[in-house]
Ligand binder design. Structure first.
Ligand SMILES: [Mn+2]
Length: 315
């Protein structure tokens, strides 16, 4: 598909439902709401929906937004690679043929929609949405610019991750020309944390373990700790980067308890090691520097499996 075809779809259709992924992040919400505001500015009907409650930290994206009443005619998924990510409260959209168009930047996209546009080079879905909106020649509102900037900034870790392209900086610079408070957006997205999250960080950092002369570090997040600190899943973004932030560490591992004897593992590496290959041994995968997998067993068994694999890696 060409971007022009997508713009034509926007212009020809009406009564849009825009799906964003469960455990919403700045990119799916920024992309979804930017598109929704754009379609509404064109005089069309459009709603954004999500399986989960929208976290209040993204309130500046949806402030003033109201659901519209209309009979849905066209369904668009943004930043959704897999129908499961639509979420358990929106099962009807996981049925085959329920989604008309998917706009995404994950090369792992499962092609579940009737039509799919994937640009694996785009560091955020918001990059693609912005390109399409620019093609329209319409003047974009400050609110749309705010949403798109947030999507690009969050998915690039505030322009720090390896996925940050020159184009990401160019688009961000263009969006900064609108009346948006980018300093405050980045503060809210990257610096501000709840007290509970601070307590979680404090505990995992004080209990962080180092292995192999400090080249590997590991933190453990138990369900007990999460409930004691009163934090939910939406507040765990970025925790996995803590172990790798220690000087001398080449592989940082975060072990998070999902259920009893079932752990979700996040792995971050420097350019010396391949996180994706590491996780593939356990049936997972991801990007070269950031990947994940799931391992069953007691905490001790899981940690031992991981450390054995790290030992093989270091030879
Ligand atoms: Mn994204």
């Amino acid at each position: 598909m060409e971007l022009k075809e997508i713009l034509d779809i926007f212009l020809k259709n009406d009564n849009f439902t825009i799906l964003t992924h469960k455990s919403p992040d700045g990119d799916t919400l920024g992309s979804g709401f930017a598109l929704c505001y754009f379609l509404r500015d064109l005089g069309k009907h459009a709603n954004v929906i999500n399986s989960d409650q929208l976290p209040s930290r993204y309130a500046f994206i949806y402030e003033g937004y109201r659901q519209q009443e209309f009979e849905e005619k066209y369904v668009i998924a943004v930043d959704i690679a897999d129908p499961n990510l639509i979420g358990s409260n929106l099962l009807q959209y996981q049925q085959a043929g329920a989604v008309d168009l998917c706009i995404d930047h994950h090369i792992s996209n499962r092609n579940f929609a009737k039509q799919t546009y994937v640009d694996g080079e785009a560091c955020a879905a918001a990059m693609i949405i912005y390109e399409i909106l620019k093609l329209s020649g319409e003047k974009l509102s400050d609110q749309i610019a705010k949403c798109l900037y947030t999507g690009i900034s969050t998915d690039t870790g505030c322009f720090k991750y390896e996925n940050t392209t020159p184009k990401a900086h160019i688009f961000a610079a263009e969006l900064m020309a609108y009346d948006i408070d980018y300093a405050n957006i980045n503060r809210e997205m990257f610096d501000v944390k709840s007290r509970g999250r601070m307590e979680v960080e404090q505990t995992v950092i004080s209990q962080m373990k180092y292995y192999f002369e400090g080249r590997c570090s590991m933190i453990v997040l138990t369900k007990k700790l999460m409930s004691e600190c009163g934090v939910d899943q939406s507040e765990f973004d970025g925790l996995a980067s803590i172990p790798l932030s220690v000087e001398g560490v080449d592989i940082g591992i975060t072990v998070k308890e999902r259920h009893t004897d079932y752990y979700k593992i996040s792995v971050r590496t420097t350019d010396k090691l391949n996180a994706s290959e590491f996780c593939q041994q356990f049936g997972g995968g991801g990007h070269i520097r950031a990947a994940g997998c799931e391992i069953k067993g007691t905490l001790e068994e899981v940690q031992n499996k991981l450390l054995d694999a790290v030992e093989r890696l270091f030879g």
